[in-house]
Ligand binder design. Structure first.
Ligand SMILES: *[C@@H]1O[C@H](CO)[C@@H](O)[C@H](O)[C@H]1NC(C)=O
Ligand SMILES: *[C@@H]1O[C@H](CO)[C@@H](O)[C@H](O)[C@H]1NC(C)=O
Ligand SMILES: *[C@@H]1O[C@H](CO)[C@@H](O)[C@H](O)[C@H]1NC(C)=O
Ligand SMILES: *[C@@H]1O[C@H](CO)[C@@H](O)[C@H](O)[C@H]1NC(C)=O
Ligand SMILES: *[C@@H]1O[C@H](CO)[C@@H](O)[C@H](O)[C@H]1NC(C)=O
Ligand SMILES: *[C@@H]1O[C@H](CO)[C@@H](O)[C@H](O)[C@H]1NC(C)=O
Length: 429
């Protein structure tokens, strides 16, 4: 109860600050009750200058059902901070709903003249015909800040992962599509965005330096036609032209003074093995600790910092370009996928400037352990019957995943395919 009171008290305070630097929101279903109500979790990462908590959302039926806990996940002396807050909410039905944020003020000055931040999220918790489970939204996260030297073009591939296997698409927030997506919607002129969520920063001039507000929307589209249903029998068909949910992705993008060289690994830090590749999915069990080793290289750099965004309780140790991230999921995180993004920042003394690496992200999926299979029978089964019952059970599971029922078993040795060397054009990337 105390936490709820705290949230309500924060509301009038938060909106006066011009401290806002972005946010990303995702959601999960924890439990669906027989009366159609749904217990859900909303994870909210908010960026701000002075580490204030700007999670000022209110579901249409009021805030009183919302509680939250928060954790400061990143803080830099330069004034970039990210908080992760976790809300649980008992929604009265599975019907999709929209929430919109109250207005925040972006940390000024912003080159694309965005002062007021607005954002909206569409939550859809209905059961999907393809997975048999509640819909899940795209998963992503952002860093407290992105920065590039104005003379170094860069493609930023945002993490866009969907646990249901949907196609994830990005677009700039557009008040003609939904007036709540953005209050001031001027696009950042230095950036273009592909629907597959790659932001491209073009070669610019010194006059393009400054801070830009980037306001995006990420949506999930089913790959084939599916039906979404509620426990009360109501249904809706969605095909690959209509999105199911949408989440806001907003952040600050800094265009800074020219770098003496854009070569990765010299002034601009670069990730080297064994750092996992961008988009790698890592599995971990509840209470098990996942370790992610990160190595950074930049010949002319002196001091280093790892900028990180991930779930609460993620821990970074290390220094000087060698880091280990550790995280231990708890029971409440079972079955969820958590995005982790990082980038390395290095201080180059000869030019007195900080440079950041490309963005690298991984997905940590917290799995359920299957260590028992139950076969019901009135009496203990002989070995052969046990074997065929197990095969039948495995086959049923495969059919659920899309195996055609009339496929026959083929007992043949398959040679492993020859290792392919990448085409010459790709080798230098
Ligand atoms: C959520 O609401 C349902 C029905 O309204 C109730 O059965 C359930 O106990 C509630 N769950 C929590 C955690 O409050
Ligand atoms: C920014 O948004 C606010 C709130 O909607 C509005 O009052 C203001 O006129 C907008 N400013 C610009 C430059 O669009
Ligand atoms: C949508 O589905 C139709 C029919 O299956 C297919 O022809 C079309 O290419 C799909 N469009 C996209 C954008 O995937
Ligand atoms: C992070 O790791 C360090 C070194 O292993 C340890 O001392 C510290 O307690 C850890 N912090 C958290 C929040 O787990
Ligand atoms: C570089 O980054 C460090 C650590 O974040 C900060 O203390 C320093 O002021 C920055 N220097 C410049 C020139 O931006
Ligand atoms: C399997 O079933 C599908 C439709 O149910 C049919 O089109 C196909 O010909 C069948 N294949 C075999 C090998 O029997």
């Amino acid at each position: 109860m105390e936490r709820v009171v705290l949230l309500l008290l924060l509301l009038p305070v938060c909106c006066g600050h011009s401290d806002y630097q972005g946010k990303v929101m995702t959601y999960y279903t924890l439990e669906t009750y027989s009366d159609g109500s749904v217990l859900m979790v909303i994870r909210y990462k908010s960026n701000s200058k002075r580490c204030y908590i700007n999670n000022n959302w209110c579901p249409p039926d009021g805030c009183f059902q919302v509680s939250y806990s928060f954790d400061r996940i990143y803080y830099s002396a330069e004034g970039f901070c990210q908080f992760d807050s976790i809300w649980t909410r008992n929604a009265s039905s599975q019907a999709p709903f929209m929430m919109k944020s109250k207005s925040d003020l972006w940390t000024s000055p912003i080159v694309n003249e965005v002062t007021v931040a607005g954002a909206s999220i569409v939550v859809d918790l209905r059961k999907r015909s393809d997975t048999g489970q509640a819909n899940r939204c795209p998963q992503t996260t952002i860093l407290p800040v992105f920065r590039v030297p104005y003379n170094c073009p860069r493609d930023i591939q945002l993490l866009s992962f969907d646990p249901d296997g949907d196609l994830v698409q990005c677009r700039f927030a557009n008040d003609e599509i939904d007036p709540a997506e953005c209050a001031n919607c001027t696009l950042p002129s230095v950036l273009s965005l592909s629907s597959s969520c790659t932001l491209s920063f073009r070669l610019s001039s010194s006059s393009s330096q400054g801070r830009y507000a980037v306001q995006l929307v990420m949506e999930d589209f089913p790959r084939t036609q599916i039906t979404l249903s509620q426990t009360n029998g109501q249904q809706e068909v969605k095909d690959n032209t209509t999105s199911i949910s949408k989440i806001p992705v907003q952040f600050l993008f800094l265009v800074e003074d020219a770098a003496p060289s854009c070569t990765l690994g010299r002034f601009l830090p670069e990730f080297i093995p064994p750092t996992p590749e961008h988009g790698t999915e890592i599995g971990v069990q509840v209470h098990e600790t996942v370790d992610i080793q990160i190595e950074v290289q930049a010949e002319d750099a002196r001091a280093w910092e790892l900028l990180l965004s991930g779930p609460s309780r993620i821990n970074v140790t290390g220094s000087g370009g060698h880091y280990v991230l550790t995280w231990t999921p708890d029971q409440a995180e079972d079955g969820q996928s958590h995005p982790v993004c990082f980038s390395a920042q290095a201080f180059v003394k000869q030019v007195e400037a900080n440079y950041t690496s490309r963005l690298r992200c991984v997905i940590i999926t917290v799995g359920k352990v299957v260590n028992k299979v139950w076969l019901l029978s009135p009496a203990p089964l002989p070995e052969e019957a046990l074997r065929s019952a197990l095969v039948k059970k495995v086959k049923m599971e495969l059919v659920k995943l899309g195996l055609r029922i009339n496929v026959s078993l083929v007992n043949r040795i398959l040679k492993s395919p020859p290792a392919k060397s990448p085409p010459a054009a790709c080798q230098n990337l």
